[in-house]
Design a protein around this ligand. Sequence first.
Ligand SMILES: Cc1cc2nc3c(=O)[nH]c(=O)nc-3n(C[C@H](O)[C@H](O)[C@H](O)COP(=O)(O)OP(=O)(O)OC[C@H]3O[C@@H](n4cnc5c(N)ncnc54)[C@H](O)[C@@H]3O)c2cc1C
Length: 358
Amino acid sequence: MNHYDLLLIGAGHAHLGVLRRWARLERPPGRIALLSAGHEAWYSGMLPGLLAGRYAAADCQIELAPLCRAAKVELIVGQVEALSAAQQQVQLSDGRGLNADWLALNVGAQVFRPPQAGAGMQVLAVKPFADFLAGWQRWQADPQPMAILGGGAAGVELALALADQVPQLALFCRGPLLAGHSAGLRMRALGLLRQRGVRVREDCPISRIDDDCLVSGEAPVWRGQRLLLASGAQALPWLAQSGLDSDADGFVQIAATLQSLSHPHIFAVGDCASLPGARKSGVYSVRQAPVLAANLNAALRGLPLRDYRAQRQSLALLATGDGGALLSWRDCSAGGQLFGRWKDYLDRGFIQRHRLSG
Ligand SMILES: Cc1cc2nc3c(=O)[nH]c(=O)nc-3n(C[C@H](O)[C@H](O)[C@H](O)COP(=O)(O)OP(=O)(O)OC[C@H]3O[C@@H](n4cnc5c(N)ncnc54)[C@H](O)[C@@H]3O)c2cc1C
């Protein structure tokens, strides 16, 4: 069993921010490692642009080895299979075991997958991104009608990015399209999707896949052979079984200091954590980074921790697949090429800030 003073698990948005800060300023003392499923971190904000052909894969990735070297943190590439909160220990899928005095979890979430009977439909989940992109390349070579599950920002961006590449595209939403966003943004998105020939089905939760058919309640609602899942965040099963206190959906319950409510030596941030007021989006994870960096430093030095306060509003910029973007801020919405250029500037800036060499 390999022992660390601190183990950062998952190369999510917040951990990238922590490493960037430690590369610039002093890092906490002790043996520290980042455990990541891959050698690169994918930036989800640019994924729709990659699918629309506006970016190359390399534009949307951050190499972890140079960032870790600059932060003087060991990089371990491996997939967590189990976590024991009581023993502060992780088991990797290749059989390795690691434990640490302090752990930080930034492992994101998986997408909801309806139960499936029969093999009439191929199903591709948008996460993990590397698997999704490999699957999408195969589908792209042989275009066929497709349905997307998920009427949130990710589902809308994917539908707009792929509308020109798929002969018939349908988008299924559990409730209204872009629930929780302003009415103006919803109307703009609906208009664009219709203009691009995407069939939008609102208030149509998919309960199961029966061979080549999507079923809502007991009613068949779509027939086809390809389904793309962008259907909301679900807790990773190994987290729900870790012994950490979790909310009703299996996400780790944390205090304002970002520590687990049940196991204060374990921090959790981003989509895998549950804190009133913090939404499941990359923006919130990014904003947790400075507090996490400060609190991990304080924890390792035995100093007092500070509180994170979630911002009440966040700006949303949704890529429209043609270089433009839709903007939503409070009750206001707007759209056009100018916002697309702004989103591109912000997204490239995020990647650039984390491209450090050690
Ligand atoms: C198409 C799309 C577009 C999006 N666009 C935006 C956007 O523009 N703005 C925005 O705010 N949000 C956006 N989101 C949502 C955003 O992706 C997530 O909310 C965000 O990624 C969550 O960040 P995180 O820091 O929690 O973890 P993530 O960024 O999801 O990172 C989790 C990390 O943990 C790793 N991991 C997972 N399981 C394991 C394991 N078992 N072992 C080891 N490592 C593991 C993963 O490989 C990954 O590196 C988008 C989502 C999608 C699908």
